[in-house]
Design a protein around this ligand. Sequence first.
Ligand code: HEM
Ligand code: HEM
Length: 343
Amino acid sequence: MNSRTSVWRPVAIARGARTNLALLALLSAVFLTGWMAFAYATAPARWSLVLHAAGGFAILALLPWKSMIARRGLGRPWPGRWASVLLGVLVLVSLVAGLLHSTGLLVYIGPLTAMDFHVGAAIAAVPLAIWHVVARRVRVRATDLSRRNVLRGGAAVAGAAAAYAASELVVRATGMPGAARRFTGSYEAGSFEPGLMPVSSWMFDAIPRVAQETWRLAAGGREWSYDELFAFDDRLTATLDCTGGFFSTQEWAGARLDRLIGKAGSASIRVVSSTGYDRRFPIERAGSLLLATRLGGQALDQGHGFPARLVVPDGRGFWWVKWVSAVEADDLPHWWQSPFPLQ
Ligand code: HEM
Ligand code: HEM
């Protein structure tokens, strides 16, 4: 080994390590900001998505460097290196699906949406990414956080943010479908036309068959028949913004929850579906939540939650519990639930 290569190699390895560490930071950041965006249907969703998209562009920018590292790694007899390749495929699927969704070039893919692929591939990548980082450990050096490297990292993120801003300008200037996205990134679908409103569920819920005559709602210490509930006529125009990537504004009618639960001195309300799916809300929200029996003046259909579904203004779609069978007021705090449903 001559003196030239012995000087060059450690520098190259340190650069490779920095690329890997930057990827680790960016992957964690996009994962977190993606879920942050799903948690809100208000302004924080937009800010999370600006950070998210800039992070996504920064990952794209690192791809040439990472592919050099990957090529070098694939030349070694590492056990499980095909799992790393699978990780690469999943991250690429997620990136491409994210860009297809945001530009609007392909929003629906068969019965699924580009957003389903985007998030699905990202979730599937998580265990592989954890394994990869543990199995291909990178040594962190004090110099990784030197002023120079921090400035470089900042400049790279600013460059990625500028690339994202430029991409948004191109989407608008060329009139791509993505120009019509809402601030959550969702596309309008069937507003004020209930027949055109897509049917979707959070994850695994199948549409149950509910018989109108025998169905009862348990709320406020008694049972309500369908006709009793249908007699309420509280009205609300509200936008359902689905994490699958669409939104739909409709006129809903039914019963405000505070009318059903009465004046219980409880901390929260749990709204339960006949499928077992449930979501919990602070009791103060009872007056702004509607248990709808009608959509656009007509009784709900099975797909949209017949006999009754919750309407949650400013809440993403997964809060809008369908096929509601019970509304329970109790003393548990409203945050006593998984931030996202697990079924
Ligand atoms: C977008 C995410 C990533 C993808 C797609 C990816 C992919 C790959 C691939 C295909 C290889 C070569 C095969 C192998 O060694 O198993 C590799 C090697 C490696 N990766 Fe990653 N990786 C990612 C993120 C990371 C992160 C976050 C770290 C550490 C913080 C990391 C550290 C390494 C190391 C140390 C090697 C071995 C390089 C060598 O042998 O010279 N990777 N990666
Ligand atoms: C591997 C992990 C991920 C990467 C690399 C990634 C990257 C991206 C990229 C590049 C875009 C397009 C940005 C644009 O041009 O507007 C995007 C969009 C989006 N991503 Fe991700 N993402 C990841 C995971 C997630 C997760 C886990 C979620 C949610 C839980 C999520 C939610 C979103 C949403 C809602 C959009 C649409 C933004 C819009 O249209 O304005 N992403 N993502």
